[in-house]
Design a protein around this ligand. Structure first.
Ligand code: FMN
Length: 246
């Protein structure tokens, strides 16, 4: 029988960002199971800022996707400054017919109640808002959403919001002023096999007793690395056509 560690390693390796979804519905019971796992995330001072808006309505999902497209187009300005090998594949205008998270039958919108910062007010004052546990707490819960979905055979994608569309998203969904909406997770069944992921080796990232200077990467090595993962990302975002279609 597999050990807990083997099961965990298998699950984290099998979870893949999904970028092409089947329209097949997801059972409400599965959504509740995912939220059940997410609520067990760690949070600084046990502040638990997370709440989740589950959107299944097709029109609302389409409106959310329009907001995302606006973000894509406007943030392309930063990509334009980069040399070709460092450009990220998901900037700029989406091509017509390109598969995307718009097809996922469910969006789990992760939001946080920023009043929970009071649970860690000392650290907010010392660290500044951007470094408070609040953001890490929300990321922890989001990670569990993705892992729980993978354990149920479902695909997800981590979609980050930005100042360009976060406010509009809040208005669309009636999310209260005190809340932030850092991420959303489209959820559905995968319609393709994502390419194998790239991860840095344990030997590259593990330092024993002190930082091993021999492992410190030069600027050139970091740039080479970014070019490498960009290439991988281009493959990950390339979605093979369905059988029978060109
Ligand atoms: C903070 C964060 C933000 C991300 N933002 C996006 C995003 O906006 N769109 C997207 O398609 N993937 C996004 N991702 C997913 C990463 O691209 C993905 O996890 C990474 O390429 C590794 O691939 P894997 O998830 O298949 O292991 C994000 C992941 C994290 C943790």
């Amino acid at each position: 029988m597999a050990t807990d560690y083997e099961n965990l390693l298998d699950l984290v390796r099998r979870r893949r960002s999904t970028r092409r979804y089947k329209p097949d519905p997801v059972a409400d019971g599965d959504i509740e199971k995912i939220i059940e796992v997410a609520r067990w995330a760690m949070s600084g001072a046990n502040a638990q800022p997370w709440e989740f808006v589950v959107v299944k309505d097709g029109n609302t999902r389409a409106e959310i996707f329009e907001l995302y497209k606006l973000h894509r187009t406007q943030t392309d300005v930063f990509n334009k400054l980069l040399p070709p090998e460092l450009k990220h594949p998901v900037t700029g205008t989406l091509k017509a017919g390109q598969p995307s998270f718009r097809d996922a039958p469910v969006f789990i919108v992760v939001c946080g109640d920023s009043r929970t910062l009071l649970a860690t007010s000392l650290s907010a004052e010392i660290m500044g808002y951007e470094r408070t546990t609040y953001h890490f707490n929300l990321a922890n819960a989001t990670m569990l959403v993705h892992l729980a979905a993978a354990s149920l055979g479902l695909g997800t994608q981590w979609i980050s919001t930005s100042p360009i569309w976060e406010g509009k998203l809040k208005t669309l969904l009636g999310i209260p002023d005190w809340f932030t909406v850092p991420h959303l997770a489209p959820l559905g069944y995968r319609d393709y096999t994502p390419p194998p992921p790239y991860r840095r080796e344990v030997s590259e990232i593990l330092h024993r007793e002190e930082y091993e200077q021999s492992k410190f990467r030069t600027d050139e090595q970091v740039l080479e690395y970014i070019a490498l993962v960009r290439n991988r990302a281009r493959a990950a975002y390339y979605i093979p056509p369905e059988k029978g279609k060109k």
